[in-house]
Write a protein that binds this ligand. Structure first.
Ligand code: SF4
Ligand code: SF4
Ligand code: SF4
Length: 434
């Protein structure tokens, strides 16, 4: 059975306190704030088991947090040495998701030498990034993150950017996209920030955000936080970025959301669990070996067990995890089952399903109306791109067709106009810099 595990060797420890973070609050499940660190015997057991139970000759590790680089470079050297020890002829690769603030030349050399793919979290130009991504004292992190991106680029490390779409940066889609094009390496990931304020149940656990709904524990009417993106904002964000990308950047800029939509359109399956028919194929491993159903369901009732007591493969293949995975599809409300964009959306992530539908029906995603607009808008173009692929023609040809159809849709501002990212500089000296 093929599955993934997001490993959190530093647990929920982090040197930042982003306003919308859904993970640092997990400290309260492990006895309050502290410097969590996966013990070597837990780490080795995970590495050994994970390699052994993957059926493919290539095994991909994903290191996340909290902030995994808090553990220091020697800890990651240990990880790589354990992977070599237990590889058993398999090819190992690694991805790490980081806030970037602790990266230096030594980290970058290590990533390059060991072929790590590094995901760096950045929310857009300075003002937008520093709105929510701050240290505990509220101090900004933009400069440290941009320095990390420059270092990664300079060292030739493979990296991508991860941007949380929230209520602020969603309003400045083009500024965010053009900025990411400038500082990134052409690979972008976006995730929507959607969380609700805590109810009594989560407050009792010491958690700052509401627990996501499940099929047997439907949502209560808690409001979303003020930094959550609305469905309307998300639609406007993606549609604007998609149109700009379609006219200018197909084949040179890779936006995970668009790739996933195209993959679904071609029937190749979704590379993103959010838009896959089922969940359950990506567990989350805490520092002490506790394994949870998913990164977004790290709560006592979704703990599958501990890999030091029960084998990892047994936990991921357990009836409980299979039920968790199936529930996504089984609990689709009728409006989803009859929806024309269901093959692309698949009802969205269950953690967003807290909006009431018809009486007696399960809840629908809070982002539903957004995804209807987004996938509805993208559909004709995805169809054209899919047709180019089937004919064996280069997908970037679509840009020529777009320009012929509608020359004014080429949304590049004049080189001498003020840049839309709000820097105050001319476009040619800012986001339009080659
Ligand atoms: S960097 Fe990541 S883990 Fe740390 S506070 Fe921000 S969102 Fe949370
Ligand atoms: S609950 Fe959401 S994040 Fe978790 S596996 Fe399902 S779709 Fe993915
Ligand atoms: S767009 Fe809305 S109705 Fe359609 S599948 Fe997605 S969540 Fe369900």
């Amino acid at each position: 059975m093929h599955f993934q595990v997001m490993a959190k060797p530093a647990g929920p420890s982090c040197n930042l306190r982003c306003s919308y973070c859904f993970y640092t609050e997990k400290e309260s499940l492990y006895g309050g704030s502290g410097a969590y660190r996966m013990r070597e015997e837990v780490l080795e057991s995970f590495v050994r088991q994970y390699i052994a139970c993957q059926p493919s000759p290539k095994v991909s590790f994903a290191w996340q947090g909290g902030e995994p680089t808090l553990l220091g470079l020697d800890y990651f050297r240990l990880i790589v040495s354990l992977q070599k020890k237990h590889a058993n002829g398999k090819v190992i690769d690694n991805t790490i998701q980081t806030n970037g603030t602790l990266l230096d030349d030594a980290w970058c050399r290590f990533f390059r030498e060991n072929n790590f793919l590094v995901g760096v979290s950045i929310d857009g130009p300075r003002k937008l990034h520093d709105r929510f991504r701050t240290r505990a004292a509220g101090t900004p992190t933009f400069d440290a993150v941009v320095s990390a991106l420059t270092l990664l680029k300079g060292h030739g490390v493979s990296y991508n950017t991860l941007t949380v779409i929230n209520s602020m940066n969603a309003e400045q889609s083009l500024a965010v996209y053009r900025f990411l094009k400038r500082v990134g390496d052409g690979h972008m990931q976006f995730i929507p920030a959607v969380e609700r304020v805590p109810g009594r149940e989560t407050e009792l656990l010491g958690l700052a955000l509401a627990m996501p709904p499940t099929a047997d524990k439907p949502a209560t009417g808690l409001p979303v936080t003020d930094w959550s993106v609305s469905a309307e904002q998300l639609a406007k964000f993606y549609i604007t970025v998609f149109d700009e990308w379609l006219c200018n950047d197909v084949g040179t800029v890779f936006v995970q959301f668009f790739d996933v939509a195209l993959g679904n359109w071609l029937g190749a399956g979704s590379g993103l669990c959010q838009f896959a028919p089922r969940c359950g194929m990506a567990g989350a491993l805490e520092h002490n070996g506790d394994l949870y159903a998913c990164d977004h369901y790290v709560y006592p009732e979704h703990k599958l067990g501990n890999i030091m007591e029960t084998p990892l493969a047994e936990l991921m293949g357990s009836l409980r995890q299979l039920d968790f995975g199936r529930a996504k599809q089984d609990s689709l409300p009728v409006c989803c089952r009859e929806c024309e964009v269901l093959p692309a959306c698949n009802g969205d992530c269950p953690k967003h399903r807290f909006v009431p539908t018809a009486a007696g029906e399960p809840e629908v995603s809070y982002l539903c109306s957004g995804y209807r607009q987004i996938f509805g808008h993208m559909a004709p173009y995805l169809g054209k791109m899919a047709s180019l692929i089937r004919q064996g023609r280069p997908v970037p040809e679509i840009m020529q067709r777009m320009r012929l159809q509608n020359p004014s849709s080429v949304a590049v501002p004049g080189r001498n106009s003020p840049c839309s990212c709000g820097s105050g500089r001319k476009y040619k000296r800012c986001c339009g810099r080659e």
